[in-house]
Design a protein around this ligand. Structure first.
Ligand code: GRF
Length: 212
């Protein structure tokens, strides 16, 4: 695997998000509680008024809106270059997608090889794509959850780092189920980052092996 941190120096992480940033907040909270050997070096969003930018600014972390236009659903072309340049200028080693609502293309993956991670609100490979909690409810599964995974060229297909399960209740609505999944997301994301920061993982094909 790539050496992305030496185990003692904090892992330098860039966070990308499009929305309210509760997962980014869970990373800040774990760092503040000294449970995570990570430094969030910068935050960027493709949505100008996304709350994730405000959270970062409150933490005195460089935070920037970077337009991803003219594309609607992907990060590509000049916009992709701008994101890469911004994250590199802050010395990011790992890119953590936290509700970033765009498809990541090969250019960014090549700039940060095996170092782009994402959180998805289902137990992958079930329910990739949008509104996974709603997909789970519509399908009628009894258990769903969340997954932190490496990002590859596919849609929510990369090697799995951490998963947490969440029961689906008979009276769940999309909102109640998503809220319960998010509670687990806020545990899973810091956990995944902590094993990466500790250099405790090895990727063997599709398997992410965690030492200890
Ligand atoms: C989370 O449910 C995450 O799994 C999905 O987008 C949502 C982001 O939430 N990828 P937040 O902005 O971190 O609160």
């Amino acid at each position: 695997m790539n050496s992305i941190a030496n185990g003692t120096e904090p892992l330098r992480v860039a966070v990308l998000g499009s929305g309210k940033g509760s997962n980014c907040q869970s990373i800040f909270d774990a760092i503040d509680a000294q449970q995570l050997n990570v430094r969030v070096v910068c935050v960027a969003s493709d949505v100008e008024d996304a709350f994730i930018l405000q959270r970062a600014a409150e933490h005195k972390i460089p935070a920037q809106f970077i337009s991803a236009l003219p594309f609607k659903t992907k990060l590509d072309g000049k916009a992709e270059e701008a994101y890469i340049a911004y994250m590199r200028s802050h010395g990011a080693q790992v890119v953590a997608l936290a509700g970033f609502m765009r498809i990541i293309k090969p250019g960014l993956l090549a700039a940060f090889p095996r170092a782009v991670i994402n959180i998805h609100p289902s137990l992958l490979p079930a329910f990739p794509g949008l509104e996974a909690w709603k997909q789970a409810l519509d399908y009628g599964v009894k258990v769903t959850g969340c997954t932190v995974h490496f990002v590859d060229a596919g849609m929510d297909t990369g090697p799995v780092i951490v998963q947490k399960s969440v029961p689906v209740l008979d009276d769940d609505t999309p909102q109640t189920l998503h809220a319960r999944i998010q509670v687990q997301e806020h545990i899973a994301y810091p956990e995944a980052l902590s094993v990466i920061a500790a250099r405790a993982i090895r990727i063997d094909g599709r398997k992410v092996l965690i030492a200890g």
